[in-house]
Design a protein around this ligand. Structure first.
Ligand code: ZN
Length: 269
């Protein structure tokens, strides 16, 4: 299973220091070729599928895929994703993730927080935003660029079952299943929010639902915040920024609806 870690280590030997620019124009450190990141993401996703039960509920799968397919159809992916795949995991915790290589995971528990198709579109749009903005690559590159990162990469080839291996999976945005929660930075969260809201609007989902989603998420928090909030930290300004951005995305949404993009995805319950 961990051939990809060795592949990554080999790739690093031929590493050329590189920078790239996020879809919102921010300069990023990008040490890994997209193809290597995509291999890592696919392998990490396979690992998740062996670790967490996959839902066989046809109605739930059809619903989540309906939303995800509408979103990814609008995603301008610069990373060479060959095709997107969405899997529903049977897990009560309200969580979701997307990985380089085009893999999307949604926990069944997320459907208790994202209670409409538009709200689920906000979740998936946000996650796809992390992927097309290469946030995983940036996080692993940053870790690699420090002395700690160097040790990680050396450990990967020799100790695929190590804590360092799980750390890389954490850097890709996976959570409690790998035992290490590594929250995205506020900068990454903001980018994913804005990209996600744009994607949902282009797909014909009401972008205002992104505001509802985060209100639901905060309300679901209470004494023990959802894991999604642990890996996707919120801030007081998040909802304000999403609301302010509606001035940009609402016309995009109206245009999409007028063009006939009206995804008909119905929650199964
Ligand atoms: Zn996020």
């Amino acid at each position: 299973m961990h051939r990809w870690f060795k592949t990554a280590a080999v790739a690093l030997l031929a590493l050329a220091l590189a920078c790239t620019t996020s879809p919102l124009g921010r300069k990023q450190l990008k040490l890994f070729p997209d193809s290597e990141m995509n291999q890592m993401g696919l392998a990490a996703f396979d690992e998740m599928k062996t670790a967490v039960p996959v839902s066989t509920d046809a109605a739930v799968n059809a619903y989540v895929r309906c939303v995800a397919e509408a979103i990814v159809a609008q995603a301008a992916d610069p990373t060479g994703v060959a095709g997107w795949e969405t899997v529903v995991f049977v897990d009560e915790t309200p969580n979701a993730f997307a990985l380089p290589g085009g893999r999307i995971g949604v926990h069944t528990g997320m459907l208790d927080v994202a209670v409409t198709a538009d709200q689920l579109a906000a979740v998936i749009g946000h996650e796809v935003g992390h992927v097309i903005a290469r946030h995983g690559n940036e996080r692993i590159s940053t870790a690699y660029a420090t002395s700690t990162g160097l040790q990680i990469i050396q450990a990967l080839s020799d100790h695929p079952e190590s804590e360092d291996t799980r750390r890389v999976m954490g850097l890709l945005g996976l959570g409690s299943q790998v035992g290490i929660l590594l929250p995205f930075s506020r900068v990454h969260e903001r980018e994913a929010d804005l990209i996600g809201q744009d994607l949902m609007a282009r797909a014909g989902f009401d972008p205002a639902a992104s505001v509802e989603l985060w209100r639901n998420m905060v309300a679901a928090g209470g004494a023990e915040p959802p894991e999604f909030l642990s890996t996707h930290p919120s801030s007081a300004s998040r909802i304000d920024e999403l609301e302010a951005n509606l001035a940009t995305t609402r016309p995009v949404y109206e245009q999409a609806r007028a063009a006939g993009r009206r995804p008909n995805c119905r929650p199964p319950r």
